[in-house]
Design a protein around this ligand. Structure first.
Ligand code: NAP
Length: 487
C-alpha cells in the first residue's frame, strides 16, 4: 500500500488566498485523519471570518479581470486544469482514499468524474448564447445577454471531496465568475490539491480561493458579505436550509444540492439479475455514503424471496477493508459518529421487528467500519424508511401494487434520485412521470455524468449541476432595450 502521493507537493495544508498559500491568522491548525487507520495525515490551517473576508475581497478584485477574458481563454485555462487532473490521477485518488476512506478504484472514478465536469464546462464556456426578441414597438429592439454573477461561494461535503468541488468551480469559472471555496473539514486535502493544480495551470491569482477551519464563522462571513452574489452548496438539508435563510439577508442567488431518500423499486416483470447489479452500484458505492444511494428498496411480493436470495449472494462477495488494499469494495465510513448513526438505525429497525443479516468475513478494523447489512421484515414506521442511511445497509420493503409503491416512494420530503426496474413500456412511462424526484434511473443504477442534469426537488434542493442547463445557475440574464431606431 503506497502511504503518500509520488508528488508530495500536492499535499497542501494552508489556505489558498489570492494565489498564495497562507496560514490562519491565529496560527492554529486542525488534524485531518485517515478513517481506515485513525492516523493523522496532516494538520491544516484553521481559518475563520477574517481569512474568509480576505478571500472574498481577492475574488472580487480578480473577477474584474477574469470576466473580461474571452470564452476561448477560459476554455484553455480549464482544459489545462483538466489535463493536470488526468496527469496526477493516481496521486489525487490516493489522497482521496487516505482522507475519506473509499476504495482506490472508486477514488480514481471520482477524480475522472470531476475532471469530466471541468472539460464539459470548458466547452460550455463557448456556448453562452444570448437572444434577440421580436420588437415590441417599431422603434425599439430587444436583446438578451448573459453575464457572470460575480463572486461565487462554494461549500462542499466530504463524501465526494474532489468531484463536488470540481463541478462547482468549473461552471463558475467558465461563466466568468471567481470563487471562494469552503471544502469539508474532514476532507480538505483533495480540495487543496485541486487548488495546487489550478495554480500550476496558471489560473490567475484570486480566481480560485480556498479556506477551511471554523465552519460557522466562515459560513456567516460568506452569507452576510454583500460581495458574494451566489452561494452554491452541496450537503445536508438542515444546513442547506440554514444557509439559504442566511443568504436571504443579502438576496444572494443560491443552488442547493441536498440530502436524498432514494426509492429503488423492483417490479415483478424486471430482469432480476440486472436489478441486483443496479442495486449493488446504487446502494454500496462509497460504503453507501452518496446522496443518490438507494435508501428504501421496494420489491414486488411475487419476486421478493428470489430477489433477496440473489442480493444476499451479491452482498456476501463485498470485501470490507482499507481502501488502499487490492480488492476492497467497502471502506470505512468517514468517522465513528457516522458509523454510530448507521448502527443506531439498524438497532431501531431490529427493535421494531426487522431481521438483520450482516456480511463481513473478518473482524472489522475499527469503529468507523460498518459491515454490509441486509434488513428484511422492515416497515414504513421505522426510522430507516424516513432518514438518509448513509451507510452500507439495504432495507428491503415488500409491495403489492404499482399505485401502492408510488405512494410510498413519494412519502418523503426528499426528492433527489429514484430508481426502478421494469420491462413494461407503459409502466416505465407511468412510474417515471409519477415519481417526485429530480432524477430517475430506469433499469439503471448509475445515473450521473457531466452530460445529464443533476439535482433534486422538494427538500433535496434547487438548481441543476452539469448538462446544458448547468451553466445558467452561474449566469445573470440582462435585457437590453434599444430605442430610437426609427429616428
Ligand atoms: P453537511 O454537514 O451539511 O456539510 C456540508 C458542508 O457544509 C461541509 O463543508 C460543512 O463544513 C459545511 N457546513 C456545515 N455547517 C455550516 C455552516 N453553518 N456554514 C457554512 N458551512 C457549513 O453535510 P455532510 O455530512 O458533509 O454531507 C453529507 C450530506 O450531503 C448528505 O445529506 C448528502 O445527501 C448530501 N449530499 C448531497 C449531494 C447532492 O448533490 N444533492 C451530493 C453529495 C452529498 P464542515 O463539515 O467542515 O464543518
Amino acid at each position: 500500500m503506497r502511504p503518500t502521493p509520488k508528488d508530495d507537493s500536492l499535499i497542501r495544508n494552508q489556505a489558498y488566498i489570492d494565489g498564495q498559500w497562507v496560514d490562519a491568522l491565529s496560527g492554529e491548525t486542525f488534524a485531518v485523519t485517515n478513517p481506515a487507520t485513525g492516523d493523522v495525515l496532516t494538520n491544516v490551517s484553521r481559518c475563520g471570518a477574517k481569512e474568509t473576508a480576505h478571500a472574498i475581497k481577492a475574488a472580487d478584485t480578480a473577477q474584474q479581470l477574469w470576466k473580461k477574458t474571452s470564452a476561448k481563454e477560459r476554455f484553455a485555462y480549464l482544459m489545462k486544469w483538466h489535463d493536470l487532473m488526468h496527469e496526477h490521477l493516481e496521486d489525487l485518488a490516493l489522497l482521496l482514499t487516505l482522507e475519506q476512506g473509499k476504495p482506490l478504484a472508486e477514488a480514481k472514478g471520482e477524480v475522472l468524474y470531476g475532471a469530466n465536469y471541468v472539460r464539459w464546462f470548458a466547452e460550455e464556456a463557448k456556448r453562452v448564447y444570448g437572444d434577440t426578441i421580436p420588437n415590441a414597438t417599431s422603434d425599439t429592439r430587444l436583446l438578451v445577454i448573459k453575464q457572470p454573477i460575480g463572486v461565487v461561494a462554494c461549500i462542499t461535503p466530504w463524501n465526494f471531496p474532489n468531484a463536488m468541488l470540481a463541478r462547482k468551480i468549473a461552471p463558475a469559472l467558465a461563466a466568468g465568475n471567481t470563487v471562494v471555496c469552503k471544502p469539508a473539514n474532514e476532507t480538505p486535502l483533495s480540495a487543496l490539491a485541486l487548488a495546487e493544480l489550478a495554480d500550476r495551470a496558471g489560473i490567475p491569482a484570486g480566481v480560485i480561493n480556498m479556506v477551511n477551519g471554523i465552519t460557522p464563522e466562515i459560513g456567516e462571513e460568506i452569507t452576510s458579505n454583500p460581495i458574494v452574489r451566489k452561494l452554491t452548496f452541496t450537503g445536508s438539508t438542515p444546513i442547506g436550509k440554514k444557509l439559504t435563510a442566511d443568504s436571504a439577508r443579502t438576496m444572494k442567488r443560491t443552488s442547493m444540492e441536498l440530502g436524498g431518500n432514494a426509492p429503488f423499486i423492483v417490479f415483478d416483470d424486471a430482469d432480476l439479475d440486472a436489478a441486483v447489479s443496479g442495486l449493488m452500484i446504487s446502494k454500496f458505492r462509497n460504503a453507501g455514503q452518496t446522496c443518490v444511494c438507494s435508501n428504501r428498496i421496494f420489491v414486488q411480493s411475487g419476486i421478493y424471496d428470489a430477489f433477496v436470495e440473489r442480493l444476499n449472494k451479491a452482498v456476501s462477495e463485498l470485501v470490507v477493508g482499507d481502501g488502499r488494499s487490492e480488492g476492497t469494495s467497502i471502506g470505512p465510513l468517514v468517522h465513528e459518529r457516522a458509523a454510530n448513526n448507521v448502527r443506531a438505525l439498524i438497532e431501531e429497525a431490529v427493535s421494531k421487528g426487522a431481521t438483520s443479516k450482516s456480511f463481513a468475513i473478518d473482524e472489522l478494523p475499527n469503529a468507523c467500519f460498518v459491515a454490509p447489512t441486509i434488513l428484511t421484515d422492515v416497515s414504513d414506521d421505522m426510522r430507516i424508511f424516513h432518514e438518509e442511511i448513509f451507510g452500507p445497509v439495504a432495507p428491503i420493503f415488500k409491495f403489492d401494487t404499482e399505485n401502492d409503491v408510488i405512494k410510498r416512494a413519494n412519502d418523503t420530503p426528499f426528492g433527489l434520485a429514484a430508481y426502478f426496474y421494469s420491462r413494461d413500456i407503459g409502466r416505465v412511462w407511468r412510474v417515471s412521470e409519477a415519481l417526485e424526484y429530480g432524477m430517475v434511473g430506469i433499469n439503471a443504477g448509475a445515473i450521473s455524468n457531466e452530460m445529464a442534469p443533476f439535482g433534486g426537488v422538494k427538500e433535496s434542493g434547487q438548481g441543476r449541476e452539469g448538462s446544458k442547463y448547468g451553466l445558467d445557475d452561474y449566469l445573470e440574464i440582462k435585457s437590453l432595450c434599444m430605442g430610437g431606431i426609427d429616428t
